[in-house]
Write a new protein. Structure first.
Length: 219
């Protein structure tokens, strides 16, 4: 009887250790699940949004065509730039010239160049420039530049290195390639661990009941 009771006691202690171990494993998997599915790795993941935005914007660039409103806005912006260039040139010409050559150039410009007439033709110049932009070969060059800059900005935009390395370390621990695979396997692992925990818990309860019966029967 003593030997039998000793065996039951050892089994109960071992079962208790197993319950503790399995509970720790379940807690660790849940913790890793929370880390991998954290909002910063999902909805607020810089990497995820970067990839989606680059893809969407790239498609929009490829399909881009000037609308009438954009055409009008672009002509206005080009006109403003041309006026600014004229103002800058005018201020440079008006600067006091110290050399003979400079004075001759200033006199020639003032005499031969009519600033008001140039300003009157700014809308015409702007339209010519915009029409050049809209030519297929030039538009493709603009799209190429836009795509290149977008890809460049995308390549330097990423999640925190610590967040990435931690996620990769967790996935490597479970030998899974990505978060969806981990999530799918985690459900199976947690269920199996729970079933084993219940088994050892019931075993402990059974041993306790058996000890109680052994204690009661002799009396």
């Amino acid at each position: 009887m003593i030997v039998f009771a000793g065996i039951l006691l050892v089994t109960a202690v071992w079962s208790g250790l197993q319950v503790h171990k399995l509970s720790d494993e379940r807690a660790l998997i849940k913790n890793h699940y929370a880390v991998l599915n954290n909002i910063t790795n999902g909805l607020l993941s810089v990497n995820a949004w970067r990839d989606h935005i680059v893809k969407v914007v790239t498609n929009r660039i490829d399909d881009f065509e000037f609308s009438p409103e954009q055409d009008k806005a672009l002509k206005y912006e080009v006109s403003q730039i041309l006026h600014a260039v004229i103002n800058k040139a005018d201020s440079m010409v008006d600067q006091k010239q110290k050399t003979l050559g400079g004075k001759i150039k200033k006199f020639a410009v003032k005499t031969l160049v009519n600033e008001d007439k140039i300003r009157e033709r700014v809308p015409e110049f702007a339209e010519t420039i915009v029409n050049e932009f809209k030519k297929p070969k030039n538009k493709e060059k603009i799209k190429f530049i836009a795509r290149s800059k977008l890809e460049e900005f995308g390549s330097i935009t990423y999640d925190s290195a610590n967040d990435i390395s931690r996620s990769h370390a967790i996935l490597a621990t479970y030998n899974v390639p990505d978060v969806p695979t981990f999530n799918s396997n985690a459900t199976i692992w947690l269920k199996a661990l729970q079933e084993r925990t219940f088994f050892f818990t019931y075993l402990i309860l059974g041993i306790m009941i058996l000890f109680l019966l052994i204690w009661i029967i002799p009396s």
